[in-house]
Design a protein around this ligand. Structure first.
Ligand code: IMP
Length: 425
């Protein structure tokens, strides 16, 4: 069976968790392919809210094997706390597997993330300070520790001693900090985390291929989103992995020919946490209203998100970068109270019109969005179940985005709950 990818088309927080959960019903395996506990996926099931950072959303279904793929960076304390939280609420986590090739986030990664942000001052990226960037950096420079290293205490300790020689010089000489103790870290990772994580550690590439060969449905679940991608996002205001659909291949260990469906999740407006260009950003009272109404505060950091109008040039680019086959449009109920809605259909800069974000980022900072304005629907959409129950204005809003981006929109999110969505034909 071919695999399906779910990918965010904006700057994250599009509502991927809800749509992944919805699609997961038909799946046998859900694999997270990148990122770490910087992500926050919220799923509401029968009035109960589950906020997941690391465990794939498929865990909420008994028939699914949830897998943390090799492309993920794993913070063991968060993973175990999440398993405890889920278990205490009656969710069986015994099927959860973690790739032995995934990299471990270590305490010095978290500290370096915080110190670098402080050192960057007003130029800071606005990271989640979870240690994501430093962990992927160590992976690339080949001094990272992998989950499988936990299974060999001697190797774990040797690698830790090697890397700490350099890290502790950096802490002392650059940041005037006390050294990190290898004994303390080994104590936590080998004595505390390993006994609980040991049974989860697996050759997940073989698991994924055995599932595909057996004709099972496999969902590859991305975290963050297209414009936070290390290669294709608004660098340097990006995360340190590849959320784009291509990242699903490296991060789960499948070739592109295994993927035949890519669902792009967009929300009816835009948000961004942290710094970086944002052509359709709202300001003032308009922004305050949407932030309050939509509760746009970060799941992981609690930070107030920046908000903006829907941006079709970005969606067009996301469709190209991910080979998106269909779009799920989330949270359109959050636009219920606007008299007028704006959709950016192109950008203009120095007399030139752009259908896609300009390649040169200095121009992206200066483009002027070209808006189409539509009347708002001023109705509560949260009870809509059928397309016929949607007001004309809401259907026109969706039609405009679909026509401008030339992509079918099959699903609309009208509320946080599992059942609050509308299928469009
Ligand atoms: P990092 O991933 O913690 O290194 O943060 C890099 C950038 O990605 C920052 O602007 C973060 O706010 C942003 N970011 C990371 N994870 C998420 C997410 O799950 N949703 C939205 N933004 C995120």
């Amino acid at each position: 069976m071919p695999a399906t990818v779910v990918v965010g088309t904006q700057w994250g927080d599009e509502g991927k968790g809800k749509f992944t959960d919805l699609v997961a019903k038909e799946m046998h395996m859900v694999v997270r392919y990148q990122g770490g506990h910087n992500a926050g996926h919220t799923i509401v099931v029968e009035g109960e809210t589950f906020a997941l950072q690391l465990v794939p959303s498929g865990v909420l279904y008994d028939h699914i094997t949830p897998v943390i793929g090799n492309g993920v960076v794993v913070h063991p304390a968060t993973l175990l706390a999440e398993v405890d939280m889920l278990t205490s609420r009656g969710i069986d986590c015994s099927r959860l597997r973690v790739s032995g090739n995934a990299h471990l986030i270590m305490p010095y990664h978290e500290e370096l993330d915080t110190l670098t942000e402080r050192w960057l001052g007003k130029n800071r990226l606005g990271t989640t300070k979870s240690g994501i960037g430093p962990t992927y950096a160590d992976k690339a420079t080949r001094v990272g520790l992998r989950v499988q290293d936990l299974l060999d205490a001697k190797i774990f300790r040797e690698k830790l001693d090697i890397v700490l020689k350099e890290k502790n010089r950096i802490f002392a000489k650059v940041y005037n900090r006390l050294p990190v103790s290898a004994d303390d870290i080994a104590g936590h990772y080998l004595d505390e985390y390993l006994p609980r994580m040991g049974p989860m550690i697996a050759d997940t590439v073989s698991m994924v291929h055995e599932a595909l060969d057996a004709g099972s449905n496999v969902l590859l679940e991305g975290a963050q989103a297209t414009f936070l991608d290390l290669d294709h996002g608004t660098y340097p205001y990006v995360t340190s992995s590849n959320p784009v659909a291509g990242g699903a291949c490296t991060g789960a260990g499948v070739g592109p020919r295994h993927i035949d469906r890519v669902i792009g999740v967009a929300k009816g407006y835009l948000t961004r946490v942290g710094s970086g260009p944002f052509p359709t950003e709202m300001h003032g009272e308009e922004a305050d209203r949407l932030i309050e109404w939509a509760g746009e505060f970060g799941t992981v950091t609690g930070r107030r998100r920046r908000v903006g109008w829907f941006d079709v040039p970005m969606l067009r680019q996301a469709i190209r970068l991910n080979s998106i086959s269909e779009v799920a449009l989330a949270k359109i109920d959050k636009l219920d109270q606007f008299d007028v809605l704006k959709v950016c259909v192109a950008y203009e800069y120095e007399g030139k019109r752009y259908q896609y974000p300009p390649y040169h980022q200095s121009e992206l900072h200066k483009v002027r969005p070209v808006y189409e304005e539509l009347p708002g629907w001023r109705t509560d959409l949260s009870d809509a179940e059928q397309v016929e129950q949607l007001p004309d204005q809401a259907r026109d809003f969706v039609k405009l985005i679909s026509a401008e981006a030339r992509i079918p929109i099959h699903l609309l999110g009208v509320g946080p709950s599992r059942h609050q969505f509308v299928h469009l034909s």
